[in-house]
Design a protein. Sequence first.
Length: 187
Amino acid sequence: IYQWMNDDELKSLSVGLNRRVCREEACDWVKNRMRHNPYQAWFAICSIDSKEMIGYMCLTEIHYINSSANFSGIIIGNPNYRDGQAYIESYLFMFEYAFDRLNLNRVYGSAIGDHKLSVTMAEVMFQRTEGVLRQAIYKNGKYHDEIVCAILRDEYYEHKNNGDFEMSSILKRLLQIKRKLKNQQIS
């Protein structure tokens, strides 16, 4: 995690601060996330084959009265696993955790508008764009828009029951969206 927290490429794509940390800070950060916190859920993403940790993800701002939470992000730190599969599987796990285990009604999140993978994956996973926070993130010497999107419990179950969260359906939608984006760039 120490290496990932100091990876300029990874940090340039996240909504969070782009600040370097020392090993001690990284260790403290991990220890703090290991402690029970009813308003946050942090998960290690591990390879099935090697059992090594390849990334992490989190659900924060869990609000039990409003029945909502912020899907604060997925970090795939190991570059050998950035082909998309770990990202998709992490999304599916987090939705299942939020809606099936925590019984939430709404999961929301945000991404830098220039981070095409995050914006595309939100669409692929049926999250609706709820708004754009104009020039809300300052990174790499310029301001970026922050895209806010969410999925509701009934939308999640409708798509789950239709088989839309099967890997083949997800990959099909991903290809359709990529073609649409490519055609928009050509026009």
